[in-house]
Design a protein around this ligand. Structure first.
Ligand SMILES: [Zn+2]
Length: 668
């Protein structure tokens, strides 16, 4: 990249310099952050504002929309704000809008860089993702200027981090302690003329909304023999001689309509409200909401992704399970371009499995033997899609589409939408697998693995958190259900999220490493081997130059000045690992080819060979993708121009997702 630094250098006495350096090292983490407690909505907003204030040179805090309850949806942009360029800084609009009509805002500097989106808490009760986002923010900004690789990454790429896609859900789940997966809606669910009047309640007044258990011959729970604090859920037809219990959230019938918790803030599942495959095959609504993007939160996301078409990577954090869904969930394997599958599985999936410590499929380690693996699978009981790929997807890296049953997982999901409609390597990671994320967690063998993990977690919180995350059961008389007991995990710490402290830090570190790896795959365009050759230089007065078969003819005009005929050649190369587009990228509506422009004052230049811009297709990456013949990663460009002397010339290369770079041309 060719960037002119306008910075002045002043002489500073040596002593002051060394003092400044010391301060810089000590304050590498300018905004301290701890993961001993969840940040929730309030802590997250506070942290984002502080980071933005402390790092104005590399951050921008955008508000991309507002939740139902009026809370801002923020995206923190992290990129070198004085590094890079955009196409509109070089090429003027041909048809200027009327004065005072600002309908074409100037591009932001980061729109000229490959973008990487990371979002958390689409589901409000899955706020581990918010924490991982904050951890990644801290790692990025603290490393800037201290770590060469990360500094370069921040200067040349744009990170877009949205810790809370569903801020209302996070607020209710963390601050109020009422787990809320959906967004909030001002909706009269029970049609009694009142809105959100019957939600969960702290019935025993201990400050926490936990659970209420009561004896019930129809109940689906029994008390665990080993740890009587634990309630074991029975299978649907499971028989038992033990006392059966029902377990509900602490709740009473606030509006006296005979139902509990039937009209709370909780609205729709945002991850079923995106446009991709929102409709069923029969044309009826399949997704959530009244129409695709009906929720203010998904609407904000759609506007954001439409404005920032430079984004090539996207990650949506959910919980739990400790695995990743790559596309697709709404359509079978055959819907994906094999070249994209190769990038997802052989490059990203392989790395992910290594990071989470799971076995990598043999076919991914030896992709050159894929045909052989494919043959071997034919006689097995593997599903059709695995047979066509040549391998079964492992536990840790999978699709949500049900390949065995040939059924889609859901409708209107974010990851599918961004892959299919925006050409983005989008994935969804289900964070938090206690057995992997708490090293040394003692889970004893048991037929009921889930119960064994629950027991281990209860013991872990006894030892590490002084038993403060779980409220012991105590007698309580429920006004509607009679005698029973209140108690259980404090909602905030229940199974859904990584326990704060060490377990959460382990989750954060793994996923920071993975996203750092993905960011390092992004394309990076350079202009090199720029050569100019003056074919004709005349002290003629201004005239026109024409190409006449193989000859150039300069017709003398009436003005003055030298008129040169110059041949310009250069190589445009993508030195990044991945191509500037997904395999279908430039064919997708709204995507486009990479383009090289030769820019000069319009009245001073005439193109004799070549046009002002040259389409380059999609430049391939340097990484060899198994089974895929890459597009070439470099292309030659050539122009022959007639240009008035001393006219500044430059080459500008603009790729939607590969970034914009330029180089000034020194005619020799
Ligand atoms: Zn989720």
């Amino acid at each position: 990249m060719s960037i002119k630094s306008g910075k002045n250098h002043y002489a500073i006495p040596g002593i002051i310099i060394s003092l400044l350096i010391n301060i810089a090292v000590i304050n590498a983490q300018k905004v301290p952050i701890s993961f001993e407690a969840y940040h929730g909505y309030t802590g997250t907003i506070d942290y984002l504002k502080k980071v933005n204030a402390a790092y104005p040179g590399i951050t921008e805090l955008m508000t991309i929309g507002e939740s139902t309850m009026g809370r801002p949806i923020h995206v923190l942009v992290i990129t070198g704000m004085n590094k890079g360029t955009t196409i509109d800084r070089h090429i003027e609009l041909r048809n200027k809008r009327k004065e005072n009509i600002q309908n074409v805002p100037a591009m932001k500097i980061h729109q000229g860089k490959p973008g990487h989106f990371i979002g958390g808490s689409t589901h409000g009760n899955e706020y581990t993702g918010t924490e991982v986002c904050l951890y990644i923010i801290d790692k990025l900004v603290s490393a800037y200027g201290n770590d060469e690789t990360i500094t370069k990454l921040i200067d040349s790429r744009a990170f877009y981090i949205c810790p809370m896609i569903n801020p209302d859900g996070v607020y209710n789940s963390v601050e109020k302690g009422i787990a809320q997966r959906a967004n909030s809606m001002n909706k009269d669910d029970d049609e009694d003329g009142r809105i959100n009047e019957d939600g969960p309640d702290d019935i025993d007044g201990d400050g926490f909304i936990t659970s209420f258990r009561y004896r019930d011959t129809e109940g689906m729970y029994v008390i665990d023999d080993e740890d009587p604090r634990l309630m074991i859920r029975l299978g649907r037809d499971e028989k038992t001689d033990k006392q059966r219990y029902s377990v509900i959230r602490e709740d009473i019938d606030n509006d006296k309509d005979g139902k509990r918790g039937e009209d709370y803030e909780s609205g729709i599942d945002l991850n079923r409200n995106y446009p991709e495959s929102w409709w069923k095959d029969d044309g009826f609504a399949g997704g959530s909401g009244t129409y695709p993007l009906s929720a203010p939160e998904t609407h904000a996301m759609a506007e954001f992704f439409t404005n920032y078409r430079n984004i090539l990577m996207a990650q949506f954090y959910h919980t739990s399970g400790g695995f990743t869904y790559r596309p697709m969930g709404t359509a079978p394997h055959s819907r994906l371009n094999p070249a994209d599958v190769a990038v997802f599985d052989f490059i990203m999936g392989k790395k992910y499995l290594e990071i989470i410590g799971e076995e990598v499929p043999e076919a991914w380690l030896y992709p050159e033997k894929l045909d052989q693996y494919r043959k071997e699978l034919q006689g097995s009981d593997a599903d059709t899609y695995s047979k066509s790929r040549g391998y079964e997807l492992p536990r840790g890296w999978r699709v949500s589409y049900n390949e065995e049953g040939d059924k889609r997982y859901g409708y209107g999901m974010a990851t599918d939408w961004l892959y299919a409609q925006y050409g983005i390597y989008s994935i969804t990671t289900e964070l938090w697998n206690p057995e992997a994320d708490i090293p040394g967690l003692e889970v004893r063998d048991d037929e009921n693995r889930r119960a064994a993990v629950e027991r281990a977690l209860l013991k872990y919180q006894d030892d590490r958190y002084d038993g403060k995350l779980f409220i012991d059961w105590k007698s309580f008389r429920h006004p509607e259900l009679g005698e029973g007991e209140t108690g259980g995990w404090i909602s905030r710490y229940s199974r859904n999220n990584a326990l704060p402290g060490e377990p959460l830090l382990n989750v954060c570190e793994k996923h920071w490493q993975f996203e750092l790896f993905r960011a390092s795959l992004l394309p990076e365009i350079i202009i090199k081997d720029l050569k100019t050759n003056i074919i004709y230089s005349g002290n003629t007065s201004e005239g026109t130059a024409k190409r006449d078969n193989d000859e150039f003819r300069v017709e003398t005009g009436k003005g003055k000045g030298r008129y040169n005929i110059i041949e310009i050649t250069a190589t445009i190369e993508n030195t990044g690992a991945l191509a500037t587009n997904l395999a279908d990228g430039e064919e997708l509506p709204g995507n486009r080819q990479d383009v090289a422009w030769l820019v000069a004052e319009r009245n001073n230049i005439e193109f004799l060979e070549g046009r002002p811009f040259v389409s380059l297709g999609s430049l391939g990456g340097r990484e060899k993708i198994p089974g895929v013949s890459n597009n070439p990663s470099k292309k030659e460009v050539k122009w022959i121009i007639a240009v008035r002397d001393n006219t500044p010339l430059k080459i500008v290369v603009s790729s939607l997702k590969g970034g914009t770079v330029y180089q000034e041309i020194n005619v020799k």
